[in-house]
Design a protein around this ligand. Structure first.
Ligand SMILES: Nc1ncnc2c1ncn2[C@@H]1O[C@H](COP(=O)(O)OP(=O)(O)OP(=O)(O)O)[C@@H](O)[C@H]1O
Length: 300
């Protein structure tokens, strides 16, 4: 097993940030921790990268215990924290050289692993990290986390605040790193990115709601979902909220995702109710559950 957590708990004073969490990540797997802000993702990363000691439970990474063997873990993992991972006043090249030096290596020695990512920021190698765009900062931070050829890569919300094109490119890079045999634990609040992982753990308020492949997670959704559209989104939400048979409803792009309390739901009846309440251009169509739908249902 590359990563193994057993009954890990951690509190900050009265805040129980992580509660009795257990899961395993297989060698070479791309595993996602999916949850909103404050779910406990960063706390888990800090425990696994030996920067924080859990109150209860055991964890090991590449066979090393996070407390007893912390030095071995630090040598064999790469960590890209969500915030403050680069020295803003150092240039691109200086940042990378700095990280290489503290791990007793050089850029040249491990160039092959970072090459594909580094060539994209190399034209700006004399630029200070603080002056880079979000996407470029993220590529540099990834190069710095990879410079000592880690076996396991920890990426805490690597795409937060990054534009959609760079996000897509970033996930393509992760897939290629995975093919080189690196195990990756990545966290994200974006549900669309969850679908790109081999397996995901949905996490909220320090607890795991479910662990499975993205495909299996959506299969477990218990109800039929309908996409409901109308000209006036705000009114539509109000009226659906007041409808006595509504089980769940929330905005999803240009539609509302709706489920009904009853098994014998009749869309015509809902349409008539909405029309009677003055809504126009109503559309009601069956749709497939997404990871976000499952998350909302489990988090209820
Ligand atoms: N040093 C700290 N002192 C007190 N409370 C903390 C501390 N660090 C985190 N917390 C609290 O613990 C909970 C989990 O935080 P954590 O940072 O692990 O979550 P997260 O999922 O990474 O979210 P975020 O993306 O906001 O960092 C939150 O309620 C947070 O406010």
């Amino acid at each position: 097993m590359s990563i193994n957590l057993e009954h890990i708990s951690k509190s900050y004073g009265k805040v129980e940030a992580v509660k009795n969490i257990s899961f395993k990540v297989n060698p070479g797997e791309l595993f996602g921790l999916i949850g909103p802000d404050g779910a406990g993702k960063t706390t888990l990363f800090r425990i696994l990268t030996t920067l924080l000691i859990a109150d209860e439970g055991k964890a090991n990474v590449t066979g090393f215990d996070v407390v007893k063997d912390y030095k071995n873990i630090r040598k064999s993992v790469g960590y890209m924290p969500g915030k403050f991972s680069l020295y803003q006043d150092l240039t691109v090249e200086e940042n990378l050289t700095f990280f290489a030096t503290i791990f007793g290596t050089t850029i040249e020695e491990n160039y092959e692993l970072i090459k594909e990512i580094y060539v994209q920021i190399e034209p700006f190698k004399k630029r200070r990290a603080g002056k880079l765009s979000g996407g470029m900062k993220q590529k540099l931070a990834l190069c710095c986390a990879l410079i000592h050829k880690p076996k396991v890569l920890f990426l805490d919300e690597p795409t937060t605040g990054v534009d959609p094109v760079s996000r897509k490119e970033f996930w393509e890079m992760l897939k290629r790193l995975q093919q080189k045999g690196i195990t990756i634990l990545v966290s994200t609040p974006y549900m669309d990115e969850a679908a790109l992982c081999d397996r995901i753990a949905l996490i909220q308020d320090g607890e795991i709601l479910e662990i499975d492949t993205p495909a299996n997670i959506v299969k477990h959704f218990p109800k039929t979902i309908y996409n409901i559209g109308s000209k006036d989104m705000y009114e539509l939400l109000q009226k659906l909220k007041e409808f006595e048979h509504t089980y769940s409803m929330y905005p999803f792009g240009e539609f509302v995702h709706y489920t009904d309390k009853r098994d014998n739901f009749n869309p015509t009846e809902l349409r008539q109710y909405l029309e009677k309440n003055g809504l126009q251009n109503i559309t009601i169509e069956k749709t497939k559950a997404t990871i976000e739908d499952t998350f909302m249902e489990l988090a209820k």
